[in-house]
Design a protein around this ligand. Sequence first.
Ligand code: HEC
Length: 198
Amino acid sequence: MKRSLFATTCLAATVMIPLFAWIAVMRPAPAAQPEGARAGSSSPADPVTRGKYLVTVAGCNDCHTPWKMGPAGPEPEMSRMLSGHPQDMELPAPPQLPAGPWLVTVAGTNTAWAGPWGVSFTANLTADPETGLGRWTLRNFVDTIRTGRHMGRGRPILPPMPIPMYKHFTDEDLHAIYSYLRTIPVVNNRVPEPLPPR
Ligand code: HEC
């Protein structure tokens, strides 16, 4: 006996609807996104939130926040967030350059780096007008990251500041990072000038 088209359609629907519902339920939920992350340009976060996210995942705290030894190993001292190499830290002259392939000596704070370029000290990125980026315009900030020179025209920014990677940030990203850096607690901390190679 031939089933009518109507009956076949009804049967198919009875099977398919619960199947689709089951697939929908079983599909893993998307992982929670950190604040400021976004999948596409269609859902822009506000620049400060986005900047906080970018600063966090791009690792600015790895070098611009002094690290200290904590109970579970080295950790960034967030009360001095992004304030650069501590001015009160007494540092002896760096050791001789290590025998290759070793190249770099770094202080336990991660803020002073000795290598073939001399000794570099990480900058104070807080908005302190005397010792940080307080007087910097967005233009100064973008020019520095894009050209790898202080404010786009001064001396070259030394390693290990990741200019070769960061110069690829979009204008929107750099605006977001700059906006966020203006909202973090201001720390007055004068970072020393770099030392020339010996
Ligand atoms: C691997 C270590 C490292 C990381 C990561 C890092 N920096 Fe740096 N940064 C440095 C060092 C060292 C200097 C100082 C270089 C010098 O004195 O020439 C510096 C300098 C700078 C300067 C220049 C300041 C000036 O006065 O010219 C800016 C701006 C800056 N960093 C921003 C950032 C931002 C924003 C991030 C994260 C997106 C970041 N840095 C991540 C090491 C780092």
